[in-house]
Design a protein around this ligand. Sequence first.
Ligand code: DGL
Length: 269
Amino acid sequence: MDNRAIGVFDSGLGGLTVVKELHNILPNENIVYLGDTGRIPYGSRSKETIIKYSMQDIQFLKGNDIKLIVAACGTVSSTLPKEISQNLGVPYVDVVFPSAQEACARTSHGRIGVIGTAASIRSNAYGKTIHSLRDDVHVFANPCPLLVHLVENGMIEPDNQITRLTVEMYLKPLIEESIDTLILGCTHYPIIYDIFNQVLNYRVTLIDPGKCAAQYVKKVLSREQLLTDRTEPGVTQYNVTDQVSGFQQTASLFLGETVSGTLNQVELV
Ligand code: DGL
């Protein structure tokens, strides 16, 4: 048993879709969240910059005495080399492996689509992981650079025509490949889950990285005997690198609940 917090980080608020699922399935765990809101987006940056920023995020979390680190960001998960992520001194969970595993388990015809930021798709991390699990499936990927901005700007209503048209444009080549399963390979995307479903006529299985990663965290904590033995609800500490004003309102959309817990603006070194 271990009552230290779970550390979760993202380039911004998308990682809160992982926190939401952790709240659902591990309600007694404490969480320390870091959103690097001052430097979002990561997805359009070079590999070197993404690794540098990720290391600073991880250092911050490690300074908060955490027992496990979750890279709640498709971009970081796709980019951070294993030599780094497997030598952090605490278990590390990303969103790529759990999502790839779920897609491989659920695909009906072996035609899996992947969408994500430019950096995630360029790395082919999802494709490589899927093929390491199953060599009999086809993977079709398309970067969707505009979606993070639309989501961060609150254009998330199911009837938002701009977001819907953008999703249609990005999914067209994948629909033409008759995908049966789609990995939402960026933690911002589950916020517009309904729009994806509408554009795909509810015919494609959507893989939510937040849900998959949270289940995987539970599995790892249980396997490593690191689950809390607290019986009361855990507390979440939110940290951002840009101003905190407006955070409560936007964050509650990602969390699906009112933000409760402390909120700090922090500087990364
Ligand atoms: N949440 C990030 C991801 O999952 C996307 C935002 C960014 O580009 O930094 O890839």
